[in-house]
Design a protein around this ligand. Structure first.
Ligand code: RM4
Ligand code: MN
Ligand code: MN
Length: 424
């Protein structure tokens, strides 16, 4: 399904007067409004190909209707999101869940929808039906060299698919680890994993990046071989300059100071990518900004400060992706909410008075430092985001258009009510 541009414009017209009033109110407070708007327009969050269907837990999965059954339909869905918010202009593929059988036509379809291919994701955490050796006891860490080889070859194949599509990075998330004390020799597991990653690194095209994503537990519950940012940084430092650490917001133990982690990774030039979601406990994969919006703002505050200190381009020097799962919401509505939350936090971080903050820090003025951050956090920037969307050709209110055009109902009519998309 597509929403024609004129329908979005029609809807915008009906909201324009009210929008202008709100926008002018917030704009009056912002010094360099045009540059803030430009940054907001440029910023894009990639949508993973596995987030278009209903997710589940290990207890149950309640499939919604109209889910995409093919990669083509997934691209259409993301195209729809992008037409509405103009900030979802990239797709991140997961192999083998979404193998592009005909790369040329997939590329064309993506381009028609205004999408580019973000990082490719490999999968050595599940066994596929046609797979020779099992990953039950790990993949790149495995005691058996043949299993490690299989995992390496899979990743090289993923790079090949990515090259055909014009992607420029590979994300490796490993479930490798152990469930019980004594099961694993930590040093050997690390060495095997490093050697495996080195072979993949060698196969990486020159202009590509490899992201090593960490996670503290699940599916292994005693140790994870890439368990935290320290371990990831060890791998990426040893691998070389094309290797970077990837931070997934849900992959931390409770109360971890994620903003400090990202600050230091950027300082080291080793932050490569970002997976957005939110959580109450850990890898809950909930809608971005639904539980801890202040933390998200503090993270963006460090991202903006750190990227500016290194003269990095906000929109293109890091790989931004949503990595969420939708158990009970319509996946497309959930993604619209996530993108909105990302844009809000990003905009608020852009509005932090950096100069005043530095002064406060240098004077040990803790109260003023807190006032500055919380002032930015409390600015209602929604009209700013809406203005950026309007200027980019999107909708002033994506969710309202989605609902009024009965997108899900139409997708159910087109695709049926008993659909299950590939993914977790
Ligand atoms: C993992 C991790 C990876 C994602 C898989 C599906 O927990 O977040 O990024 O590829 O889930
Ligand atoms: Mn992730
Ligand atoms: Mn995860």
């Amino acid at each position: 399904m597509r929403i024609e541009k004129y329908k979005i414009e029609e809807h915008n017209q009906s909201l324009l007067k009210e929008h202008k009033r709100k926008f002018e109110f917030v704009a009056a407070e912002i010094k360099d409004i045009e540059s803030v708007l430009q940054k907001l327009i440029q910023f894009q969050a990639a949508i993973p190909s596995w987030a278009l269907g209903t997710g589940g837990t290990r207890f149950a999965r309640f499939s919604g209707g109209g889910e995409p059954k093919s990669l083509e339909e997934k691209i259409e869905d993301i195209g729809l999101l992008h037409a509405l918010n103009k900030s979802s202009g990239a797709i991140s593929l997961h192999i083998p869940w979404d193998i592009p059988e005909n790369a040329a036509s997939i590329k064309t379809l993506a381009a028609q929808n205004g999408l580019r291919f973000d990082a490719m994701n490999s999968n050595t955490f599940q066994d596929q039906p046609d797979q020779k050796l099992s990953y039950k006891f790990g993949s790149m860490q495995h005691v058996d060299k043949a299993v490690r080889k299989q995992a390496i070859e899979h990743n090289i194949e993923v790079i090949k698919y990515g090259v055909e599509l014009g992607s420029e990075s590979l994300t490796v998330w490993l479930s490798d680890g152990s469930c019980f004390p004594g099961q694993l020799n930590f040093r050997k597991a690390f060495q095997n994993t490093l050697e495996s990653l080195q072979e993949i690194y060698t196969a990486l095209p020159d202009h590509w990046k490899i992201f090593v994503e960490y996670k503290p537990y699940e599916p292994n519950f005693y140790s994870m071989t890439v368990g935290d940012w320290g371990q990831s940084l060890l791998y990426t430092t040893k691998l070389g300059k094309k290797a970077y650490t990837l931070v997934d917001l849900g992959h931390h133990l409770p109360n971890a100071n994620i903003e400090q982690i990202v600050a230091l990774l950027i300082m080291e030039g080793k932050l490569g990518g970002f997976h957005f979601n939110d959580s109450k406990y850990s890898d809950d994969d909930l809608t971005v900004g639904s539980i801890k919006p202040y933390q998200l703002f503090l993270i963006f505050n460090e991202l903006v400060e750190g990227m500016d200190a290194r003269d990095m381009h906000h929109a293109s020097d890091l790989a931004w992706m949503i990595d969420a799962s939708h158990n009970i919401k319509d996946p497309l509505e959930d993604l619209l909410q996530s993108v909105e939350a990302i844009m809000i936090s990003y905009a608020q971080a852009l509005l932090v008075d950096r100069k005043k903050l530095v002064d406060a820090q240098n004077n040990n003025d803790v109260v003023t430092a807190q006032e500055i951050l919380q002032h930015a956090f409390r600015i209602d920037v929604r009209a700013l985001i809406a203005e950026a969307r309007l200027r980019a050709g999107g909708s002033l209110n994506p969710l309202a258009v989605y609902r009024s055009k009965k997108v899900r109902e139409n997708l159910i009519k087109e695709r049926g009510s008993k659909t299950v998309a590939t993914g977790l």
